[in-house]
Ligand binder design. Structure first.
Ligand code: OKP
Ligand code: ZN
Length: 344
C-alpha cells in the first residue's frame, strides 16, 4: 500500500490545550505521527510517495475562503497584538448572537471561526494543515489512478473541522477535501466511513444535504463524548441528502462485540450504496489504552477492521485522524493497513 506522509506536520506543535476547562499538556502532538512513521518504515508497507501541491482551490471547494484566510493569518495577527504562545478562542456566537457579521476584533473572529477551546493555533498550524490536505489529495490521486488503496499519514486531524470553523484539533477537513476532489474527478458516489472514537461532526455537516457523499460514523455517544452536539442516531441527512448520513453511537466503555456489531451495520449501508471510492477517516483512538477515549479495540481488532474493509473490494483511501496513546498508534495503524493488505 502506497503511503503519503505530510512531512510538515510537526510545524503544528501545541504545548497546551483546554481539557474540561483546565490547561493541560496537549494530546495532539507531533510524536503521534513520528511513531506511525517509524512503525510503517519498519514494515513491508509502502513505498512512500512524495506530496504534490494541488494549490488552494480544492480546499476552497469545501471551506469558506474567508475562513481559510483567517486560519492562514491568525497567528501573525495574534502576535501583532502582542499575543505570546498559543492562541485560544474564548468567546462564541451561540444562539441569539449573530454569526453573519464578521467582527473586527481578533478575539471575536477566533470565536466566530471555531467550536471549542481545545484547539490552539500556533505559528505552524496553517502550514501543517495545508500540507496535510495536500498529502490527502496526493494519496487520493493514487487511488484515482488505479491503486487499490493508499494511506495518508498526517496531523493535525480533520474530521471535526467544518466549512468555516476549526475545533477538536482539526483545521482543514482532509476527508471532505478528498471526497469533493474525487467527485470533481468524476467519481459519482463517494462514501466516508469514520471509525475515529469521536463523531466526525465537520464531515457530516459538510455533506449533510448531499446524496453524492455518504457519511457513516461509529463513535462514542455524544451524550457523554466529544463533540457532544452532533452524532446522534437520528441524524439521517436532510433535503436531497436525506438517507445519506448514518450514525452509530455506542456508549463509552462499549465492548469489542458491540463495536463490531455497529461497524457491520455501517458496512451494510456502505455496500448498499456501492461507492466508487471509500474514504476511511482512520482514528485509532478506539484503542483500549487511549487516554481520552473509552472503547477497547486492540491490535487483533484493528487487523480485523482492515480485513473487513478489504473484503468490500472498493478503492480505499485511508486518512489518519485521531489516536492519542502515542507509543501504540504506530502498531495500531499498522494492524489496520496490514489487515487490509492480507486480503487478496
Ligand atoms: C479529535 B479526534 C474532552 C475534550 C476532548 C477534543 C477531542 C478531540 C478529538 N473533555 N478534546 O476526533 O481524535
Ligand atoms: Zn478522535
Amino acid at each position: 500500500m502506497k503511503i503519503v506522509y505530510n512531512e510538515r506536520h510537526a510545524e503544528h506543535a501545541a504545548q497546551k490545550e483546554f481539557f474540561r476547562g483546565q490547561l493541560v499538556d496537549a494530546f495532539e502532538i507531533p510524536a503521534r505521527a513520528d511513531y506511525v512513521l517509524q512503525a510503517l518504515q519498519a514494515s513491508d508497507l509502502g513505498p512512500f510517495v512524495p506530496v504534490l501541491d494541488h494549490g488552494r482551490a480544492p480546499l476552497e471547494r469545501v471551506h469558506a475562503p474567508a475562513y481559510l484566510r483567517f486560519v492562514e493569518g491568525a497567528y501573525a495577527e495574534w502576535q501583532a497584538l502582542g499575543g505570546q504562545g498559543e492562541a485560544f478562542p474564548a468567546v462564541w456566537p451561540i444562539r441569539s448572537l449573530r454569526s453573519d457579521v464578521e467582527p473586527k476584533s481578533f478575539a471575536a473572529r477566533m470565536g466566530l471561526y471555531s467550536m471549542d477551546s481545545g484547539s490552539p493555533l500556533t505559528a505552524g498550524t496553517w502550514a501543517a494543515a495545508y500540507w496535510g490536505a495536500q498529502a490527502s489529495l496526493t494519496a487520493l490521486d493514487l487511488v484515482l489512478a488505479g491503486e487499490r488503496s493508499a494511506y495518508c499519514l498526517t496531523r493535525p486531524p480533520g474530521h471535526h473541522a467544518g466549512a468555516d470553523f476549526f475545533g477538536g484539533y482539526c483545521f482543514i477537513n482532509n476527508a471532505a477535501v478528498a471526497a469533493q476532489a474525487a467527485r470533481e474527478a468524476g467519481r459519482q458516489r463517494v462514501a466516508i466511513l469514520d471509525v475515529d472514537y469521536h463523531h466526525g461532526n465537520g464531515t457530516q455537516a459538510i455533506f449533510y444535504e448531499r446524496p453524492d457523499v455518504l457519511f457513516l460514523s461509529v463513535h462514542g455517544d455524544p451524550q457523554t463524548e466529544y463533540p457532544f452536539f452532533l452524532g446522534h442516531a437520528d441524524e439521517r441527512g436532510a433535503g436531497a441528502g436525506e438517507g445519506f448520513n448514518a450514525n452509530f453511537p455506542l456508549p463509552a466503555g462499549a465492548s469489542n462485540e458491540q463495536w463490531f456489531d455497529a461497524f457491520e451495520q455501517a458496512l451494510v449501508r456502505l455496500e448498499a450504496y456501492a461507492p466508487e471510492l471509500l474514504i476511511v477517516s482512520l482514528g485509532v483512538d478506539t484503542y483500549g489504552g487511549d487516554p481520552i477515549s473509552h472503547f477497547k479495540l486492540d491490535e487483533p481488532e484493528f487487523r480485523r477492521m482492515g480485513e473487513r474493509l478489504a473484503a468490500l473490494q472498493r478503492p480505499t483511501l485511508f486518512l489518519q485522524e485521531g489516536g492519542y496513546a502515542t507509543a501504540a498508534i504506530g502498531r495500531n495503524v499498522h494492524a489496520v493497513l496490514a489487515g487490509f493488505e492480507s486480503v487478496p
